[in-house]
Write a protein that binds this ligand. Structure first.
Ligand SMILES: C[S@@+](CC[C@H](N)C(=O)[O-])C[C@H]1O[C@@H](n2cnc3c(N)ncnc32)[C@H](O)[C@@H]1O
Length: 379
């Protein structure tokens, strides 16, 4: 099982710390996130028709290029696929140049994205009128000039908090707490509320920053994993990671103190927790955005479907663990003491998670719920 859960490259600087207004250094790089993000693509694809409509509604007047930005683009496979669809709808509407902007944290591994954007010296978007740029920075800050953007979007990213609202979370590794079926830990109501407040403040920062960048009438699509009724995108995956980490706590390889301070700084929102913030972000007199539409939904997870078809537990465990390794590894690694065997310990945690899943797949059912809203920048 050793190599199955291991990224094939170590091109990332493993010693980096998160930048300001970020709590992760990014996804596992070297192509690993791109290879293990099919569920995120399906969650994104679900709302792509909203972008088609948004493009039909954006103002294309003014000087300069028509600019469209994706915040939290990671290694770029999904980001380029989204922008390809948008570009296809924008080009027939204007003779102007079009710019795609792909943004993520400075510590993100952008190398695959740079390679995808201009294969053979031409734009991946298939037109000489399309130019692309990559911008490093926290999406909770303004990253682009005032009134320079026509369409902004973010997918599966705004759940990552800008700061850690509590210094320890002693009973579990995830703010929303364990699944009700597994119940392998606890998070106090007080702590949970601190995360909910932070998540709210983050949406407000994100909206305020985008409000400055967007032209009047510009559109903003915010999509993210979350909670829909009783379905929470944290259930299963974090129960499994928590169980795996606790085995190392019990063996003494991870101290109780390190476990208490370690958590994944991500929050699963309900749709209302996203949309309620919109009315609160104002210029003092009126809201900066209005809501065109919003939705809570669930997508079918590809590795679940595959497992139902072939019953291949080893394959299921590999796909399942690699999926959540891609977005949890950086934070876990940074939570562990910087010892010579830290990388090996991280590998063994994910290997152990794979073994636990092979042994008891029914303990860790995973479903992917998501929420989304499409906004217009008020004039
Ligand atoms: C799960 S990935 C989503 C990638 C892509 N949008 C997709 O849907 O496949 C989340 C991304 O959000 C980025 N991220 C987390 N915190 C961020 C922040 N404060 N500012 C910008 N990006 C951030 C991570 O680096 C990561 O690339």
């Amino acid at each position: 099982m050793t190599s199955e859960f291991k990224p094939e490259t170590d091109s990332q600087d493993l010693t980096e710390k998160p930048v300001s207004h970020a709590t992760t250094t990014g996804m596992t790089g070297g192509g690993f996130y791109n290879a293990n993000s099919a569920p995120q693509w399906l969650a994104t694809e679900h709302v792509l028709s909203w972008l088609d409509e948004a493009v039909a509604g954006i103002p294309l007047s003014g000087d300069g290029a028509i600019a469209m930005a994706d915040f939290g683009c990671s290694e770029g496979k999904n980001s380029v696929a989204v922008l390809a669809r948008v570009v296809e709808h924008v080009l027939p509407r204007t003779d102007k140049p079009v710019q795609t902007i792909h943004s993520d944290l400075p510590t993100n591994d952008f190398s695959a994205l740079f390679k995808i954007l201009r294969p053979k010296g031409r734009s991946v978007f298939g037109s000489e009128r399309v130019f692309s740029a990559v911008v490093g920075g926290s999406m909770y800050d303004q990253l682009l000039p005032d009134n320079s953007l026509h369409l902004a979007m973010t997918f599966n990213a705004i759940g990552f908090l800008s700061r850690r609202p509590v210094s320890t979370l002693p009973g579990y590794i995830f703010p929303n707490g364990p699944s009700s079926t597994r119940a392998n830990g606890f998070v106090s109501d007080e702590d949970r509320n601190r995360f909910a407040e932070q998540a709210k403040a983050d949406v407000a920062s994100f909206l305020s920053s985008r409000a400055r960048e967007l032209v009047a009438g510009g559109k903003l699509l915010v999509q993210v994993f979350g909670s829909v009724d009783d379905t929470r995108t944290c259930d299963g995956i974090y129960d499994l990671l928590n169980d795996a980490v606790l085995e190392f706590v019990e063996s003494g390889e991870i101290s109780r103190e390190v476990y208490g301070a370690y958590y994944q700084p991500v929050y699963m929102r309900h749709l209302e927790e996203l949309t309620a913030v919109v009315a609160e972000v104002s210029d003092g007199a009126s809201p900066l955005f209005s809501i065109d539409r919003s939705q809570a939904y669930e997508i079918e997870v590809p590795f679940n479907r595959q497992y139902q078809t072939d019953g291949d537990r080893a394959r299921y465990a590999k796909d399942y663990v690699n999926f959540f390794r891609a977005f949890t590894e950086a934070v876990l690694r940074n939570a562990l003491p910087d010892t010579p065997d830290r990388a090996d310990l991280v590998n063994r945690v994910y290997e152990r998670a794979g073994e636990l899943l092979v042994r008891s797949p029914d303990k860790y059912p995973f479903r992917y719920a998501a929420i989304a809203m499409l906004l217009t920048r008020n004039r």
